[in-house]
Ligand binder design. Structure first.
Ligand SMILES: [Zn+2]
Length: 375
């Protein structure tokens, strides 16, 4: 069985491009991972997700453990078979969503007990149980179980939380064991504090992981503060391993993160926005529900080759959105995911030829033009 590896092929400033190799296929970096929360990327067939250019999906431990249950998915052959996605899957640890979704949480040194947001049933997540669930799912990239405080928080609270997460990182490593071809990523914490982030990075390095996530950002601190932390956080992590920024983000967040040395990202934004009629284009965000699109025969984005842009007018997309037709969510989600993957491909190409600055200038110049003039 081949093992998990990362090959860095080019660097431009702090930005990097390379390939993560797994037994289930290669992941070109910088990579954007669409989110398949409940074993589906909503409104998309798996083959269509692949057609947008996605090399890897993200699955949510919290949602899958509650419904349909990790043991059930394992009995049915694992998450890849269950959802018909053969390529790599990364699963989160469940910790973040326990904090954001579950009711009546109780946090101890051992782990977290909580009540399901679905039916109020009681559950426990510990580093050991999170590793067990992610193994039952058959995840290719497993995330350490960690705790993430909401920002802003007192430095002492961020420090105590970070240290707990580092003890949980060691327990996650011990429980993960030796699983050739599967990777375990550590998660750096420490809020916006360079010294705490440095201590967290040191603790993770001494345990040793296959990749490292920058955790605890994109939790309400704003883009400027996030970029401030990304000016130092990725550089504190090992050079020769992939770096993953969790839960990011808008297109300009992604460009700014890649510029600062991030290799992997995930976000529900392109798929969720597709269902609410918000569309990402090279010229910024378009709201398809606006009446200005009613008679517009042009595609959403002239430069996009997705089915929504290739085969349909803005007028049609406006009509099916207003009529609440299911195809509206399908087409707009497809377009948004395609746009995100095009963005990643353009960045990979720019880094490879040492022109990230040129790419970044063109990216912002196009967006500043704003949407097409109405017809
Ligand atoms: Zn498109």
């Amino acid at each position: 069985m081949s093992t998990f590896s990362y090959t860095l092929s080019a660097r431009d400033g702090a930005a990097r491009t390379g390939v993560i190799s797994t037994p289930r296929g290669e992941i070109r970096t910088p990579a954007f991972m669409p989110v398949g929360t409940a074993a589906t990327v909503k409104a998309m067939m798996p083959a269509s997700v692949r057609e947008t250019g996605a090399d890897i999906l993200l699955g949510n431990t919290y949602h899958l453990m509650l419904r349909p249950g990790a043991e059930r998915i394992a009995r049915l052959g694992g998450l890849h078979k269950f959802m018909d996605w053969e390529r790599p899957i990364l699963t989160d640890s469940g910790g973040f969503q326990v904090m954001s979704l579950a009711g009546l949480r109780k946090l101890t040194e051992e782990g977290v007990t909580f009540k399901s947001h679905i039916d109020g049933s009681k559950h426990e997540l510990t580093p050991e149980r999170s590793m067990e669930i992610q193994a039952l799912l058959g995840s290719d990239i497993v995330m350490c179980f960690d705790e993430c405080p909401a920002l802003p928080a007192e430095r002492s609270a961020i420090e105590a939380s970070m240290k707990l997460s580092m003890r949980w990182a060691q327990r996650s490593r011990d429980a993960f064991g030796d699983r050739p071809g599967h990777a375990l990523f550590g998660i750096q914490q420490g809020g916006l504090d360079e010294e705490l982030r440095g201590q967290s990075a040191e603790a993770l390095r001494s345990i040793g992981f296959d990749g490292y996530a920058v955790g605890g950002l994109a939790v309400g601190e704003g883009q400027e503060a996030m970029f401030g932390a990304l000016d130092f956080a990725p550089g504190q992590l090992p050079e020769d391993k992939p770096r993953y920024l969790m839960g990011v983000g808008k297109p300009d967040d992604i460009v700014g993160a890649v510029k600062r040395g991030i290799d992997m990202m995930d976000c529900v934004l392109p798929s969720r926005s597709g269902r609410t009629g918000q569309v990402f284009t090279r010229r910024g965000v378009v709201n398809i529900k606006n009446a200005r699109h009613m008679d517009d025969p042009r595609p959403l984005d002239e430069a996009c080759s997705c089915p929504a842009c290739r085969n349909y007018s803005r007028a049609y997309l406006h009509h099916v959105f207003r009529s609440q037709e299911i195809i509206s969510s399908m087409l707009l989600t497809w377009h948004n995911l395609h746009y995100y993957q095009d963005l990643m491909a353009e960045m990979r190409a720019a880094i490879a030829i040492g022109d990230f600055a040129g790419f970044e200038a063109r990216f912002h110049a196009e967006r500043e033009k704003g949407d097409l003039e109405p017809v």
